[in-house]
Design a protein around this ligand. Structure first.
Ligand code: ARG
Length: 458
């Protein structure tokens, strides 16, 4: 017998039952559903909407149901459609018909909105913690690499050398914006929809503030129609999740490149790599590759959710049952990636010497030669032109700037002096970029301090 069976004359078609059920995936919400019901029944008691002893029996029964679900004893059935009705049926098995009083003044529409918010509240907190762990690993690598120089790239062409610490800190600040976005979204997630009823509120003298306090919400959804229709908070989460996935994916791409023999800048720890079934020599960076690959599904869920919602009239529509799997999958995907990222970054071996060799074998000090000429009185455009010719000469003679003799330099411009070799040294090149936020060791140290402050606050 369905909980809503009264007005029906026939049993539900078997295919319809399977098609409309959500229990296969919304069972994930069980704890939150029961947490919400406990608060609701306590309010029904406090407001004398149901007798105190009934409320107590329901509360005790709900705890038993929670235990049965936790220890795997409870059988959740498709014929009861979703987690809300399964819990109510289980409660009925525990305590009998008095269980029927739990749903007084409530609808599954405000109930499911509540469960979603409770789930996301926990999930957002977990993700913030996991992001902070990743930031901490990056910060440690930055600490340990304040003298490690590698080529910085634009267009994936060697551009100007930078400190590896600087590169790691770029991601620390990037992930910080992700943390802040999640923290900001929390105030919109953390509002109570319960009490909206199906869409229009309820005739029972409920006390929403009471439930709000019970469940530790910061406020109450102001409008019952909005409360049951709103899934903005899910879209917002998926959008932030997409941004985080994008950041992780960009970093993953760099880790994959850097692990190749062509770059040879890092080696990921054996524990974080896998081998090939055929080629015995292989050590593959599967983790960053998969993190990069799984970004697609997170973006997909964002797009799916926006599309699902776009044509819906107020208030609740069954379409909205589709809000769950994407949210769960995005959250799980992200948590899985972040959990791996922190120890993978922490144990990553940085090949300082190899990075330095790369810097010695490029023209990433050409801007410094141009700046040098400009300081000697040329316009920057003239300097640029001259250095362009010097670089061309080097390419034609298979040399780098530091391989040139003073005579060769002077054949391009007599203003070049013997101090040029010091100026073009990678360490000088890095450490003269002292502008705030720049790559000089002093600037990076300022960034390290800022990052340390941020990590303390998170
Ligand atoms: N399983 C439903 C969902 O996830 C719960 C709300 C159903 N409400 C309704 N009137 N059919 O959206």
């Amino acid at each position: 017998m369905k909980l809503w069976g009264g007005r029906f004359t026939k049993p539900t078609n078997q295919l319809v039952e399977t098609y409309t059920a959500s229990i296969q995936f919304d069972k994930k919400l069980a704890t939150y559903d029961i947490q919400g019901s406990l608060a609701h029944v306590k309010m029904l008691k406090a407001c004398e909407i149901i007798p105190a002893q009934d409320a107590d029996r329901i509360a005790n029964g709900l705890k038993l149901v929670a235990d049965r679900i936790d220890n795997g004893e409870a059988v959740l059935l498709e014929e009861h459609e979703d987690i809300h009705m399964n819990v109510e049926k289980l409660l009925m098995d525990e305590i009998g018909p008095v269980a029927g009083k739990l749903h007084t003044g409530r609808s599954r529409n405000d109930q499911v909105a509540l469960d979603m918010r409770l789930y996301l509240r926990d999930t957002v907190m977990e993700i913030i913690q996991l992001l902070t762990n990743v930031q901490t690993s990056l910060y440690q690598q930055a600490q340990n690499n304040q003298d490690t120089i590698l080529p910085g790239y634009t267009h994936l062409q060697r551009a100007q050398p930078v400190l590896f610490a600087h590169h790691m800190l770029a991601y620390v600040f990037m992930f910080q914006r992700d943390v802040e976005r999640l923290q900001d979204s929390f105030k919109r997630i953390n509002k109570l929809p319960l009490g909206a009823g199906a869409l229009a509120g309820t005739t029972f003298p409920i006390d929403r503030e009471y439930v709000q306090k019970q469940l530790d919400f910061d406020g109450i959804c102001e409008n019952s129609l909005d409360a049951v229709s709103d899934r903005d908070f899910v879209v917002e989460f998926l959008s932030h999740a997409s941004m985080i996935a994008m950041h992780l994916s960009r970093m993953s791409e760099e880790l994959v490149q850097w692990s190749s023999a062509e770059f040879d800048f890092i080696e990921l720890d054996d524990a974080f790599c896998t081998g090939s079934s055929m080629m015995p020599q292989k050590k593959n960076p599967d983790v960053p590759e998969l993190v990069r690959g799984k970004t697609g599904r997170v973006y997909g869920h964002l797009s799916g959710m926006l599309t699902m919602l776009k044509g819906l009239p107020l208030a609740y529509n069954k379409d909205m049952q589709e809000d769950k799997e994407g949210m769960f999958d995005a959250a799980e995907t992200l948590k899985g990636a972040l959990e791996l990222f922190a120890p993978m970054i922490e144990t990553m071996h940085v090949k300082k010497e190899s990075m330095y060799q790369a810097v010695r074998q490029d023209y990433s000090n050409a801007t410094d030669l141009a700046d040098y000429l400009t300081n000697k009185g040329m316009t920057f455009r003239q300097s640029h032109e001259t250095v362009g010719s010097i670089v061309l000469y080097c390419i034609q003679h298979d040399k780098y700037l530091l391989d040139l003799s003073l005579e060769e330099f002077q054949s391009f411009s007599y203003v070049i002096d013997s101090d040029i070799f010091e100026v073009l040294d990678p360490e000088t090149v890095v450490n003269t970029r002292r502008s705030t936020g720049g790559t000089a060791k002093v600037s990076v140290q300022e960034q390290l301090e800022k990052a340390a402050g941020i990590l303390k606050e998170n």
